[in-house]
Design a protein around this ligand. Structure first.
Ligand code: NAD
Length: 255
């Protein structure tokens, strides 16, 4: 029996990177997964590869999209057990310090990373409150430290950390049996990782090497390292864990 056998799960932004790995891991452990993404080609490719994954086009910024996704899943399966709020963006402009971040940039990043997770939690709670479940929100180590070159991103991920705690307490006190936790990846080998290294110019390969040298475990994380932690929080193994911040950074933020 899988660790999330027969559980009904949604993974936002599941067409690429960490979300794709999470969707695959949940499906491999027995879950029936809906991958959502604003990129239909990427999302369909994930669903085509695994029988127990379906794809729905979904922009996490749009409330009507959330309603459609929840309706689809509840009509098909009658309940929702796991919601992974994974969709996120780093930036849409190159200037990223506090002085150069435009209001447009602040709003664009927060619309996906912060508002998208807020909407996900609100719709997730509505879908899960009669039956219970687990919400996992993808934050970042950017929520835990200063991010001089990623001003809007760091603030958006700190919002995710904070709202996760509040959702956890709210759901616990209401007796909904919904747990809510955040996961904080560090340096992960993904296209977003490459984007971070490209910030501010310089040699990307050398910047990866310098960043990795600063990680106590001596290597960058993989999408599977993050997916394993998300799987634990999504499963009943974490039945007494709520409001927690699980940091997956090879020790980078310890010192
Ligand atoms: N990669 C890292 O090093 C790293 C580190 C810390 C945190 N994270 C967080 O992990 C999550 C996944 O990151 P990733 O590296 O896999 O990113 P990615 O860019 O590889 O994948 C993100 C996915 O989200 C989708 N997406 C973007 N905006 C969307 C929207 N408005 N609606 C629906 N889907 C949308 C994209 O189409 C893409 O498929 C993000 O929340 C990110 O902030 C990543």
């Amino acid at each position: 029996m899988g660790r999330v056998d027969q559980k009904i799960a949604i993974v936002t932004g599941g067409g690429n990177g960490i979300g794709r790995a999470i969707a695959g891991r949940l499906a491999a452990e027995g879950a029936i997964v809906t991958v959502t993404d604003q990129n239909p080609a990427a999302g369909k490719a994930v669903a085509d590869a695994v029988d127990t994954i379906q794809f729905l086009e979904h922009d996490v910024r749009i409330e009507a999209d959330w309603a459609k996704v929840m309706d689809n899943v509840l009509q098909k399966h009658g309940r929702l057990d796991i919601l992974i709020n994974n969709a996120g963006i780093l930036a849409t402009e190159s200037s990223q310090d506090v002085e150069s971040t435009s209001l447009n940039q602040w709003q664009a990043v927060n619309a996906v990373n912060s508002e998208g997770v807020f909407l996900g939690c609100q719709h997730g709670i509505e879908a899960m409150k009669a039956t219970g479940g687990s919400i996992v929100n993808l934050s970042s180590i950017a929520a835990l430290m200063a991010t001089p070159h990623l001003f809007a991103y760091g603030a958006s991920k700190a919002a995710v950390r904070q709202l996760t705690k509040t959702v956890a307490v709210h759901c616990g006190r209401k007796g909904y049996r919904i747990r809510c936790n955040s996961v904080h990846p560090g340096v992960i080998e993904t296209s977003m990782g490459d984007q971070v290294m490209a910030l501010g110019g310089g040699n990307v390969k050398e910047k990866w090497a310098a960043r990795i040298a600063a990680i106590p475990l001596g290597e960058a994380g993989t999408v599977d390292d993050v997916a394993s932690c998300v799987l634990f929080l999504a499963s009943d193994e974490a039945r007494h864990v709520t409001g927690a911040a699980l940091v997956v950074d090879g020790g980078m933020t310890i010192e």
